[in-house]
Every structure is written in C-alpha cells, then in structure tokens.
Design a protein. Structure first.
Length: 166
C-alpha cells in the first residue's frame, strides 16, 4: 500500500513539475508581444472586416499595455472597408482603419515612436495613402487634443518633442 501511495505522490509531483515547465516555456515563446495582445493581433489578419475592426477595438481597450501592437495597428490605418460593429450592445458603422486610429490614441504616447517612422518615410513597408493620412490625423488629433490640419510634416514636428520627453 505504501508503494502505491509513493507512486501516486511521485506521479502527482512530476505532473505538477511538468506543468510548470510547460508554462515557463509558453510564457517566453513570445516575449515581445503579450499573449492577450497576440491573440487579438492574430484576429487583425482575419478575412472578416468585422472581426478585424472588433479585434482592433479590443486592443485599444488594453491601452498602453498594447504598445507592441502599434505596428500592426498602423498597417491597418489603411483598411477602410466599412463594417457594422457591435460594442457593448451598441452597433456602429466603422472601419478597421478608424478603429486603429482610436486604438492608437488609447495606447497613447508609446505609439508615437512607431508612427514617426512612417511619417519620416523611414518605414520599409508602409507608405502613407490618402485614406491612411486621414486616419493618422484622426489618431494624432485625438491623442494630442491639437488640430494641426492635414499637413503631416506639422504633425511630425509635434511628435518629435513628445518622443524626446518620454
């Protein structure tokens, strides 16, 4: 009876130890993108416009904790496919691009370093289209509380001091 009890205790402790090892490995699998953010970022690649917009909305709700999602949100600023989204029981017509602008504003100043690369023309994959420009201005206006118009160079001049002070 003692041997059976010893075997059960041994197996239980080994299974708990193995679970700790598995959790430790999965926690470090994506050290730069937290799991809750990664799950939402994955949805931004969906074929469904509604799923993309709602995922972006959820990323925005995370605020500054979702800073690492900023590059993905910036790419979505160019996605202006209309969709009807339901948030908290209320429906609204929106686009993933508009939702990205709102989400980036909720992330706050940590997102500025990513948009600065785009505005300076230093980003290797993103160039600003007219639709994207409209969403960038919406994002920066909401974040800053300023209205610097449609000239992106004026916005870049506003961003640079923000980056040096943070």
């Amino acid at each position: 009876m003692k041997k059976i009890l010893s075997v059960i205790i041994l197996l239980t402790s080994l299974s708990l130890f193995a679970e700790d090892i598995i959790l430790a490995k999965t926690e470090t699998a994506h050290p730069y993108l937290p799991y809750d953010v990664k799950a939402l970022v994955d949805k931004t690649f969906s074929i469904s416009v509604t799923e993309r917009a709602e995922a972006v909305y959820q990323i925005g709700r995370l605020g500054p904790a979702a800073e690492k999602a900023s590059p993905f949100l910036i790419m979505l600023l160019n996605d202006n496919n209309p969709t009807f989204c339901v948030y908290n029981g209320y429906g609204v017509w929106s686009t993933p691009g508009k939702e990205s602008a709102k989400a980036l504003a909720k992330i706050g100043t940590p997102s500025l370093k990513y948009i600065a690369l785009v505005l300076e023309g230093k980003h290797p994959y993103i160039s600003v289209s007219p639709d994207m420009q409209r969403n960038i201005i919406t994002y920066l206006t909401e974040l800053s509380g300023e209205n610097l118009g449609n000239d992106l160079s004026e916005w870049l001049n506003w961003i640079k001091p923000q980056l040096s002070s943070s």
